[in-house]
Ligand binder design. Structure first.
Ligand SMILES: Cc1cc2nc3c(=O)[nH]c(=O)nc-3n(C[C@H](O)[C@H](O)[C@H](O)COP(=O)(O)O)c2cc1C
Length: 141
């Protein structure tokens, strides 16, 4: 089981993923860093950066460009099995919207939504959910 994630300089997602205690790989922040290429099925953990698109109509791209680039690699895209999204509930109906977009586009289940770096319950619920359903989700290589 592999967790692939992106996290900006605020590192909320990195902290959440660290607490899961599962094998993980990070999508690089800088374009100049070597591209991440994965070789096994994974669950993607992605923060939302749409800026409340539904309300402001200013930015309709809640998925960070680094994640879009990673998924534009057909090999990487073929191995995604589920998506988890982070966000901030202050954004109302756009809370965790990156997960809706990725799920609809890549036809994978949106299995969990959490706020900022997640709390203890988020960590436990998601970890157990992934471990217990690894086979059903296709997360076992
Ligand atoms: C510019 C900006 C736009 C954001 N837009 C949204 C949004 O549309 N929906 C949402 O749920 N969270 C939104 N967030 C909150 C982030 O998803 C949240 O802070 C997340 O934990 C950041 O993860 P990171 O520190 O790993 O990058 C936004 C945050 C910023 C700074």
């Amino acid at each position: 089981m592999l967790v692939v994630y992106f996290s900006s300089v605020t590192e909320n997602t990195r902290r959440f993923v660290d607490k899961l205690g599962l094998p993980s790989a990070r999508i690089p922040l800088q374009k100049s860093s070597p591209e991440l290429v994965v070789d096994e099925p994974y669950v993607l953990v992605c923060p939302t950066y749409g800026g409340g698109a539904s309300i402001s109509h200013q930015n309709s791209k809640p998925v960070p460009p680094q994640v879009v680039r990673f998924l534009n690699n057909q090999h990487n895209r073929s191995l995604i099995r589920a998506v988890v999204a982070g966000g901030n509930s202050n954004f109302g109906s756009d809370f965790g919207k990156a997960g809706d977009v990725i799920s609809a586009k890549l036809k994978v289940p949106y299995v969990y939504r959490y706020e900022l770096m997640g709390n203890e319950e988020d960590v436990e619920v998601l970890r157990l959910g992934l471990v217990d359903n690894a086979d059903a989700l296709g997360l076992v290589p």
